[in-house]
Design a protein around this ligand. Structure first.
Ligand code: GUN
Ligand code: ZN
Length: 428
C-alpha cells in the first residue's frame, strides 16, 4: 500500500555549501512524499504524485513542511537527566556533573528508563536518528539499542571507553574496553537499524594502550564508525599536550593509534591546527558541530568554513548541549556563524540537520534525504506554531523566509508529526 503524505515539500538535490544555497533544493508548495513499505517511493507536486500512485491513500498536512527526519550526529543519551547543569567549563563539568550521573548507569533499569525518555524526547523534537555515546557499562548500550529497536529508529551508539582520569567506578582497562566493545559490536552492529560505533570518550580519558586496542578493533571491523571528541576547549588541548608529549597535535593522539579514518566522527573540532584540518580533509573524516554545547560550556566558535574541506555534521551534544532540539541547534549554528561573520542560509542549516549529518554517518543512502528507497523517516513542521512565528512567516516572500522563523524560534511545538519507517509516531 502506498501513502501520499501531503504538505509543502523541500528536497535537496545538491550540497548547499557547494552550490548557491537556495539552488540546492526543490520546493513544492503543494507537494507529497509517497511512502510504501516504510520507504520513500517518490516525492513531487501532488498532481504528479496522484498520477503516479493512483491507488494511494492520502494524509494531508496542509501547509506544513515535510522534511527528512532530523539526524543528530553527536549526543550523550546518559546525560539526559543532567542537561542544563550550571556554571562549569568542560573538565569541571565532566567531573562534577557528568561522571556522577553516568555512574548511575551501572543499573540496567536506570539505563532503560533514561534511554526510553531520551528517544521519546528526540521524536517529540523531530529527530529520527542519532549517534550517541553510552557509558562504560555494556548494559547502557543494550538499553539504548533495545529502546531504539522498539521504536524502529536507525541509531548509532557505542560503549564509552575510559581507563584513566575518571572515577574508579567509571574506568575500564585497555583489554576489557576492547573485549566488551567487541562483544557489543557482535551483538548489535547491523541488527535491524542499529549500528555499533567504537567509542573512546577522548584522549584524556584513555591510555595509549586503550587507544591502541580500540584502533585494532576498528581495523578489524572497518564497517563501523568511530566517534570521539577533538579540540573542544583550549584547556583540554593543553592537557592533551601534557598527557601525550610526543604527539604532533591532538588529532595525532588518535592518528598514531589507528583512530583516524574516513569513518571517524570527531565532535567539536574547534581549536584545530592547520595540520589537523589538512589531515581530516585528506582522510575524508567528519567533524561534528555542536553549537549549543559550544556556547553553553564556553568552548569557542566553530568554523563552518570547514564544510568546504571535509564532512561536517550537526549535533545537540546533549547534555553538554542545552537542548534536545535540532531546530534550536540550527539556530545556535546560525548565531555562531554570525559571530564569525558567516550568515548560514536556511538551506545550509536544514541540510546540515538532515543530509549533512547523514553523510557524516555514511548513511545518506538510507536516511536524511527524500530520495527514493530511503527510509520514510520524516518530520512535518508547522511553520506557524506560535503567534510570534506565525506573524513573521505570514510575511514571507519564499520558502526560505517562511522556514527561517521556525528555525530561529521553533521548538517541539513546531513538530506537527513524525514518521519513523513510514509509521506516524503520533495518532493522526
Ligand atoms: N569531552 C569528553 N567527554 C565529553 C562529554 O561528555 N561532553 C562534551 N561536551 N565534551 C566531552
Ligand atoms: Zn560529546
Amino acid at each position: 500500500m502506498t501513502t501520499l503524505i501531503r504538505g509543502q515539500v523541500l528536497a535537496f538535490h545538491a550540497d548547499p555549501f557547494a552550490v548557491p544555497a537556495p539552488d540546492a533544493a526543490r520546493h513544492d508548495a503543494a507537494g507529497a512524499v509517497a511512502v510504501a513499505h516504510g520507504r520513500i517511493a517518490g516525492h513531487g507536486p501532488i498532481d504528479a504524485m496522484r498520477a503516479r500512485f493512483p491507488q494511494a491513500v492520502e494524509i494531508d498536512h496542509g501547509d506544513a513542511l515535510i522534511l527528512p527526519g532530523f539526524v543528530d550526529a553527536h549526543a550523550h543519551y546518559p546525560q539526559t537527566a543532567m542537561i542544563a547543569s550550571w556554571g562549569k567549563r568542560l573538565i569541571d563539568w565532566l567531573n562534577d556533573y557528568t561522571f556522577p550521573e553516568e555512574a548511575r548507569f551501572a543499573d540496567p533499569g536506570y539505563a532503560a528508563t533514561i534511554a526510553a525518555r531520551y528517544l521519546d524526547l528526540l521524536l517529540a523534537n523531530g529527530t529520527t536518528s542519532v549517534a550517541s555515546f553510552c557509558t562504560i557499562h555494556p548494559g547502557s548500550v543494550d538499553a539504548f539499542f533495545e529502546a531504539a529497536a522498539s521504536r524502529d529508529m536507525a541509531v548509532w551508539a557505542g560503549k564509552t571507553c575510559m581507563d584513566r582520569n575518571a572515577p574508579d567506578n567509571l574506568r575500564d582497562d585497555a583489554q576489557s574496553a576492547h573485549d566488551d566493545s567487541a562483544q557489543l559490536l557482535a551483538r548489535w552492529h547491523g541488527q535491524g537499524r542499529a549500528e555499533y560505533v567504537i567509542t573512546p570518550r577522548f584522549s584524556p580519558t584513555s591510555t595509549p594502550e586503550q587507544l591502541e586496542a580500540l584502533g585494532a578493533l576498528w581495523a578489524a571491523n572497518p564497517s563501523c564508525l568511530m566517534q570521539t571528541h577533538l579540540s573542544e576547549q583550549t584547556d583540554e588541548v593543553a592537557w592533551v599536550k601534557t598527557l601525550f608529549p610526543e604527539a604532533r597535535d591532538y588529532l595525532d593522539t588518535y592518528e598514531s593509534h589507528g583512530l583516524l579514518g574516513e569513518r571517524g566522527l570527531y565532535g567539536h573540532a574547534i581549536h584545530l591546527e592547520p595540520r589537523e584540518i589538512d589531515r581530516l580533509g585528506e582522510v575524508g573524516a567528519a567533524v561534528v558541530h555542536c553549537p549549543t554545547s559550544n556556547s553553553f560550556i564556553g568552548s569557542g566558535l566553530f568554523d563552518m568554513g570547514l564544510a568546504a574541506r571535509m564532512r561536517v555534521g550537526l549535533a545537540t551534544d546533549t547534555g553538554g548541549g542545552s537542548s534536545f532540539s535540532m531546530l534550536r541547534t540550527m539556530a545556535a549554528a546560525y548565531e555562531i556563524g554570525q559571530l564569525r561573520g558567516l550568515a548560514l542560509h536556511p538551506a545550509q542549516l536544514l541540510w546540515l540537520a538532515t543530509e549533512g549529518s547523514a553523510r557524516a554517518l555514511h548513511a545518506a543512502d538510507r536516511i536524511g534525504t527524500l530520495s527514493e528507497g530511503s527510509a520514510a523517516d520524516l518530520v512535518v513542521l508547522d511553520l506557524g506554531a506560535t503567534p510570534a512565528i506565525a506573524q513573521r512567516s505570514a510575511r514571507a516572500a519564499d520558502i526560505w523566509e517562511a522556514v527561517f522563523p521556525t528555525i530561529m524560534m521553533g521548538d517541539d511545538r513546531a513538530v506537527a508529526q513524525v514518521y519513523v519507517a513510514g509509521r506516524a509516531v503520533r495518532p493522526e
